[in-house]
Design a protein around this ligand. Structure first.
Ligand SMILES: CC(C)(COP(=O)(O)OP(=O)(O)OC[C@H]1O[C@@H](n2cnc3c(N)ncnc32)[C@H](O)[C@@H]1OP(=O)(O)O)[C@@H](O)C(=O)NCCC(=O)NCCS
Length: 158
């Protein structure tokens, strides 16, 4: 199977935050942001695999600062690592105040997806072609995280 470059599946989504996304304090619900993060990472995985993909793990999701109604969220998703059928995506979220132009880094997350065939069984994905030192660093870090995730899963099964 031919490999695909990281940039071939990278995703950038923009979303204007409206009153129905907010809690009574006027901050955007964390769950709304998590859904958008999962969509961005999932789209990245589907693009790479060229098949359906499901979320198997949300490894970590940090909330650095609150997002307010009227701000524009930008979600940048990129594949860090691929296994046989699994893929780790990293998603970075920034919020822009479109009036002042001020941009804040609000969230980061790592998510793992599994590519599925037409019978909804895990299916092999193309190798990931790494072109930059940054991509090689992300691969190495993601590989360690994947080993930890699988060890944790094994521990839970005991
Ligand atoms: C994802 C799913 C198909 C995997 O099925 P499975 O029988 O566990 O399949 P496998 O054991 O062959 O694992 C498939 C891959 O997932 C990886 N994986 C499984 N559990 C994992 C976890 N907790 N964290 C990271 N990777 C995991 C495996 O390492 C394997 O990777 P590889 O093919 O690259 O080696 C199944 O768990 C599932 O359907 N889960 C529900 C998904 C879902 O509904 N998500 C929410 C909505 S999208």
């Amino acid at each position: 199977m031919d490999g695909k470059r990281v940039k071939d599946s990278q995703v950038t989504l923009h979303n204007l935050m409206l009153p129905h996304h907010a809690n009574p304090m006027g901050n955007i619900h964390g769950g709304v942001i998590m859904k958008l993060v999962d969509e961005a990472g999932g789209l990245c995985a589907i693009r790479h695999a060229q098949s359906q993909a499901v979320t198997v793990a949300i490894d970590s999701m940090t909330f650095h600062s609150a997002v307010r109604v009227g701000e524009v969220l930008t979600l940048e998703a990129s594949l860090n690592w691929v296994g046989r059928s699994s893929m780790e995506a990293g998603v970075r979220v920034t919020a822009e105040n479109p009036i002042t132009g001020e941009c804040t880094h609000t969230n980061s997350a790592f998510l793992v997806y599994v590519a599925l065939d037409e019978n909804r069984r895990p299916v092999e994905v193309p190798p990931l072609i790494l072109e930059t030192d940054e991509e090689r660093r992300r691969w190495a870090e993601a590989k360690v995280r994947q080993q930890r995730r699988l060890s944790r899963q094994q521990e839970k099964k005991k």
